[in-house]
Design a protein around this ligand. Structure first.
Ligand code: ADP
Length: 401
């Protein structure tokens, strides 16, 4: 039987998963990747094999399946379609590891309790990330489970980069800059030297531009600053999130506009960003298609790019210069126009856009003696599989799927 690692990324209404071979040596190889969406209603399960071929497309009608039924459904599919797989461990994406978790951690009752205490720091994500852990603990108590955190990579930042200028007691109460997208940044840090060995010790800014978006400054492949802070709202403008905002705006929304806190939160998380400014869509592909004829689509893109430029300047200052910029995430990897606009705006730092290479998707999209810009696809799931596999050293023989 082939031991496999199951990687889970659980959201409020979706469950993304990948199945990796757990073998030793090289990086774990992905056997299947899937998405269970619509868990709060009529759900759809899509699974692709390692070659990208669609191997399952099932609709699961109401009643809403929820995380538990979705997990059972996926396990049943794998049992029926790959009889020789043995589940060796599960790796979970968990958004918040607080101050204590700077590495992937094997989850036991005490760890789960500690992660539950962090729910108030990420109320929109953490409960959904923890739900499958609890379910699997109950159903398969001997199965090793490993939590991998979006915050962990930033824990090694200098203390000064993690502080707000707030009263000491608030810092002590946990109001600090945690940073997110750490699994993506850790992956890029792990492969950057394959593109240019000098970057292993260089000053690099990584732009993770997807629906969520942030920048991270790396020195010696370690995070020294990042644009997201206490929550995943801060920093860059995003698909539906506002990015950096004067805190006074929140008081104004509550006091003068009479929004209650939940409404204000909804506006800032789900009605702002590309969607809010364009009034059309949070989808960069759609906005690009409309930009020539629709001034609001154009304005949304221009603000997105402008905010990247402003935050990039701040991170270059924190690094004391820049040797390379890496684009990743759905927009960073696929939208040549955004890359071109960002790089033209960053000509002051010495970037010279190579139009042809950029249009071709890289990997290097600049020319000349200045700093280089690269396109490097991220792989957060592989980072989770690596973390889960490391924990297997301690695992006992586990039950079949
Ligand atoms: P998430 O943060 O949800 O993981 P992704 O990293 O998948 O998001 O990024 C989603 C974004 O990437 C969307 O705005 C989408 O329009 C954009 N995107 C994906 N492919 C392209 C493309 N070919 N051109 C422009 N934008 C793209």
């Amino acid at each position: 039987m082939t031991p496999v690692l199951l990687v889970l990324n659980a959201g409020s209404s979706s469950l993304k998963f990948q199945v990796f071979e757990a073998g030793e040596g090289e990086d774990p190889g992905c056997l299947f990747r899937g998405l269970f969406e619509g868990l709060d209603g009529s759900a759809r399960l899509l699974i692709r094999d390692s070659a990208g071929a669609l191997v399952a497309d099932e609709t699961v009608e109401a009643p809403a399946p929820g995380h538990e039924a979705a997990l059972l459904h996926v396990a049943a599919w794998l049992r029926a379609n790959s009889r020789d797989l043995r589940l060796a461990a599960v790796g979970h994406r968990v958004v918040h590891g607080g101050l204590d978790f700077a590495e992937p951690v094997r989850v036991d009752a005490a760890v789960l309790e500690a992660l539950e205490r962090l729910v108030p720091l990420a109320p929109l994500h953490q409960p959904h990330n923890l739900a499958p852990i609890r379910i699997l603990q109950r159903r398969l108590p001997d199965l090793p489970q490993v939590a991998c955190f979006d915050t962990a990579f930033h824990r090694a930042q200098p203390e000064i980069a993690q502080l707000f200028a707030l009263p000491h007691a608030m810092t002590e109460a946990g109001v600090r800059r945690y940073g997110f997208h750490g699994l993506s940044y850790a992956y890029i840090a792990s492969v950057i030297a394959q593109h240019d060995p000098a970057l292993a010790s260089g000053r690099v800014v990584v732009a993770h531009l997807g629906n969520g978006a942030s920048l991270c400054a790396l020195r010696h492949r370690r995070s020294i600053a990042t644009t997201m802070g206490f929550s995943a709202l801060d920093g860059l403008m995003m698909g539906t999130r506002c990015g950096s905002l004067d805190a006074g705006v929140v008081f104004y929304m509550l006091r003068e506009m009479k929004l209650d806190p939940a409404e204000a939160e909804r506006v800032l998380y789900t009605q702002s960003g590309l969607l809010g400014v364009s009034g059309l869509s949070n989808d960069m592909r759609r906005l690009r298609a409309l930009a020539a004829s629709d001034p609001d689509a154009r304005l949304a893109i221009d603000l997105f790019v402008y905010r990247i430029g402003r935050e990039l300047g701040s991170l270059v200052a924190a690094l004391g210069g820049i040797d390379a910029l890496v684009f990743t995430g759905g927009i960073g990897e696929n939208d040549a126009a955004t890359r071109a606009e960002v790089l033209r705006g960053a000509a002051w730092a010495g970037f010279a856009l190579d139009e042809a290479r950029n249009a071709a998707g890289g990997p290097r999209v600049t020319c000349g003696p200045g700093p280089a810009a690269w396109v490097i696809p991220t792989d957060e799931e592989l980072m989770i599989a690596r973390g889960a596999r490391a924990a297997l050293d301690h695992a006992r023989r586990q039950p079949a799927l």
